[in-house]
Design a protein around this ligand. Sequence first.
Ligand code: ZN
Length: 85
Amino acid sequence: MEDISQQIEELKLEIEMLRNDMKKTQPHRHCLNCGISVPPDKNFCSQKCEDEWNRMVKRKKQSTYIWLIFFVILMLILLLTSWGA
Ligand SMILES: [Zn+2]
């Protein structure tokens, strides 16, 4: 009988350890750039990833801006040509 209760105690300890492991791994984020697991208070795994991400966002913003200008010019051309006709 003592063996079983000891085994139960061991199992309880094991479950507790697993629970702690889950607590350790559950609250986490993923690096916005490469997707690797990072602490919940961080967005990136490294400065390099943060730099890369910021560069990418900047490029995206720039290309959106360029498209907007292109669109406005296109509209102006369309407006002007239909005005003349
Ligand atoms: Zn990363």
